[in-house]
Design a protein around this ligand. Structure first.
Ligand code: ADP
Ligand code: MG
Length: 394
């Protein structure tokens, strides 16, 4: 398909086609910047990038449905604005490759095409970055470890586009595998795949809500977690479990069976302590989910997803009435193992893990009750796992 579109646009066949999938944050809410662990799913929807080299030193960028090609002289990537702003994603990759000792193609015709919704929390941005990185690398004939491409793609998003995303997005898109989840120890980062029973299905309910103060809320969570680490006397909250017990500002704490127990128990916890309790216990839930997956026990995985949502709601306090409503309605629905908010929170989407019998009709029933309450239906997306980034041609 993309080969035909490329030919129609540029009058010749592409030499290279690369693809990279979107991803779902499966469990591990706000654990990444605390040095913790997270599980993600690469899904069966992806961005494809087709490329053919040019010898006249021009970079020609086009994306299906985004108007005529943007033509740039291959002389240092300059940031684009307006309708061409999407080009900053592949341009950012071109700006990052040399930082990792990799070359940049001298000239090319480029076309992106995608069946991944944009801005739906499925990280179409990481997908276009990685598909681009794969295509550019193939065009220069160089080789690099997957870890390096993950770093270059993330660097593009953090420093060229200017979005402070974690390693989950690019890591899962790169390391994903059909019928597997990707486990990431964010500190390495270290990537591993964990088998997921094939009856597992994902249903994403996107509320299209976004709290007006969202950036400030994210910054506050980063600050509170950093403060908590200082109070606990550790570098990152991921280190609390190994420290086992101690005292912080008059609070006695102890990690027992994955729980952060805090005394006295009858006093309201200050924000930094609530965030710490969430992060420490969420990391334990990720590890427990890996064990449950290895045992093929999706019911147990589902209970962990529900517990993760409650923790985000009451301890991390990054949920909303809309997300709580969906998570609860879904968790109570037949054929659903569990449900939780996915992503940064303060709006966005809820993910349900279901068996194969959950279907469109059941999803629409949940969406209809939501619409009655909140006046607007959420978008529904059904996904299964899919393979990570790869070269399809060339
Ligand atoms: P998300 O990653 O959750 O989908 P982002 O706002 O991080 O949302 O990234 C979306 C942006 O990525 C789009 O606005 C666009 O600039 C770029 N993008 C994603 N997919 C494509 C595509 N197929 N073609 C062009 N740009 C794309
Ligand atoms: Mg994104």
């Amino acid at each position: 398909m993309i080969v035909e579109k490329f030919r129609a646009l540029y009058g010749r066949a592409p030499e290279i086609v690369a693809r990279a999938p979107g991803r779902i944050e499966f469990i591990g809410n706000h654990t990444d910047y605390n040095g913790g662990t997270v599980l993600g799913a690469s899904i069966d929807r992806a961005v494809e990038v087709a490329l053919a080299r040019r010898s006249d030193g021009e970079w020609r960028f086009a994306s299906e449905g985004r108007g005529p090609a943007v033509v740039l002289k291959a002389r240092g990537p300059f940031k684009q604005a307006g309708a061409a702003a999407w080009v900053n994603y592949p341009l950012g990759v071109l700006a990052s490759l040399p930082k990792f000792g990799l070359r940049v193609p001298a000239g090319f015709d480029y076309l992106a095409d995608s069946n991944l919704p944009v801005g739906a929390g499925l990280s179409s941005s990481a997908a276009i970055e990685l598909a681009s990185a794969f295509a550019f690398l193939r065009a220069t004939g160089e080789d690099a470890p997957l870890e390096t491409l993950v770093k270059a793609a993330r660097d593009a998003e953090n420093h060229f586009v200017g979005v402070p995303c974690g390693v989950l997005d690019q890591g899962v898109s790169a390391f994903g595998r059909e019928n597997h989840l990707v486990f990431i120890d964010c500190r390495g980062p270290r990537f591993e795949t964990v088998p997921l029973p094939p009856e597992a299905n994902f249903w994403i309910f996107n509320t299209h809500t976004r709290h007006a103060l969202i950036d400030g809320f994210y910054a506050a969570r980063h600050r509170e977690c950093a403060q908590a680490a200082r109070e606990f006397g550790v570098a990152l909250l991921a280190d609390v479990a190994a420290a086992k017990k101690g005292e912080a500002q008059g609070w006695k704490w102890e990690v027992k069976d994955g729980l952060l127990e805090i005394l006295p128990a009858d006093r309201e916890l200050p924000p930094w302590l609530k965030r710490a309790k969430h992060v420490v216990e969420e990391i334990a839930r990720v590890d427990e989910a890996v064990a449950a997956l290895r045992a093929g026990d999706l019911a147990r995985v589902g209970r962990l997803l529900n517990a993760s949502h409650r923790s985000s709601r009451f301890l991390l306090e990054n949920s909303t009435a809309e997300l709580d409503f969906l998570a609860e309605a879904l968790a109570a629905a037949p054929h659903v193992y569990g449900a939780r908010l996915t992503g940064g929170g303060f709006g966005g989407a809820v993910m349900a893990l279901t068996d194969s019998a959950f279907d469109d009709a059941r999803a629409r029933t949940v969406a209809a009750t939501y619409e009655k309450q909140f006046g607007k239906a959420p978008d529904i997306l059904h996904a299964r796992t899919g393979d990570g980034a790869s070269i399809l041609k060339g």
